[in-house]
Write a protein of this length. Structure first.
Length: 268
């Protein structure tokens, strides 16, 4: 069967980029078809219907893909936030567990209290604390002897207390007090064959209770110092403040840097 053509021009088809538009154009032109071309018209109609039915499916898939992508991004952001919070809490706990260096170092330093108006004694500077005198480590403390009895440092160097007497002193240095005191005259002899340095002598005293007596720089005091030649002897005077409430007896302790022996003299 032939095709009846209309004298009017056929409508122009859209570019091949869209199957739907092409199908619509063919459908519009199908009004000019007749006879056996009815099958072709039905084919194009079915094609258009199928294309329209596929549209919602692809649109739904695209929407689901966008939703899953958004959910994945939100989950990744939430995980990063949790990691950051965990790191912050761990750093806070670490900083709280560390001790303050300033407070720790200050707690390790021993602190001593000293009453106002009381000066430290010479024995306190040697022992490091005020109180009963303790023998120094590595020092051989000899038995105490009475005044007038020589005691040996060793190697030909000896000392003896020739005299001790009660005196009244006037305070001259900060921390000193005026009142009764005892002046001790001590002589050191050198028969070692070499010179000895008397400036290395340390002379301290303690009462019968073991408490240190305060040395006084009075007019009577004249500590031994300088080099003592071999075959010579020298005399010095040491003054100690007495506590009126304690026994006047003293124990004199003499140490020397040139000898490991510490001498003791009982003054009663």
């Amino acid at each position: 069967m032939g095709v009846k053509l209309d004298p009017e021009p056929l409508p122009s088809l859209a570019p091949a980029g869209s199957l739907q538009d092409a199908a619509c154009a063919v459908t519009d032109s199908s009004t000019f078809l007749s006879g056996s071309d009815v099958h072709s018209e039905r084919f194009f109609q079915e094609l258009v219907i199928r294309r329209r039915s596929e549209r919602p499916t692809w649109g739904l898939l695209n929407l689901l893909a966008v939703i899953f992508l958004l959910l994945g991004l939100l989950g990744l952001f939430a995980c990063s936030e949790d990691d950051q919070s965990a790191r912050n809490s761990q750093s806070d706990s670490t900083g709280a567990s560390q001790p303050d260096p300033v407070s720790s170092s200050s707690s390790l330093v021993p602190q001593t209290e000293q009453s106002a108006g009381e000066a430290p004694s010479s024995s306190a500077s040697v022992g490091g604390s005020v109180g009963k005198e303790e023998p120094l480590a590595g020092v051989n403390t000899l038995a105490a002897v009475k005044a007038g009895v020589p005691a040996e440092f060793g190697s030909g160097v000896s000392a003896v207390v020739n005299d001790y007497r009660a005196v009244n002193v006037q305070a001259r240095a900060p921390g000193e007090s005026s009142g009764p005191a005892i002046a001790v005259t001590m002589e050191v002899s050198n028969e070692s064959g070499v010179d000895v340095d008397l400036s290395q002598l340390s002379v301290t005293a303690s009462d019968s209770q073991g408490l240190p007596a305060l040395p006084i720089e009075s007019e009577q005091a004249a500590a031994l110092e300088g080099a003592l030649e071999s075959g010579a002897s020298r005399t010095g005077v040491y003054v100690f403040r007495l506590n009126e409430e304690r026994s006047p007896s003293l124990l004199l302790n003499v140490q020397a840097g040139f000898s490991p022996n510490a001498l003791q003299f009982e003054l009663k």
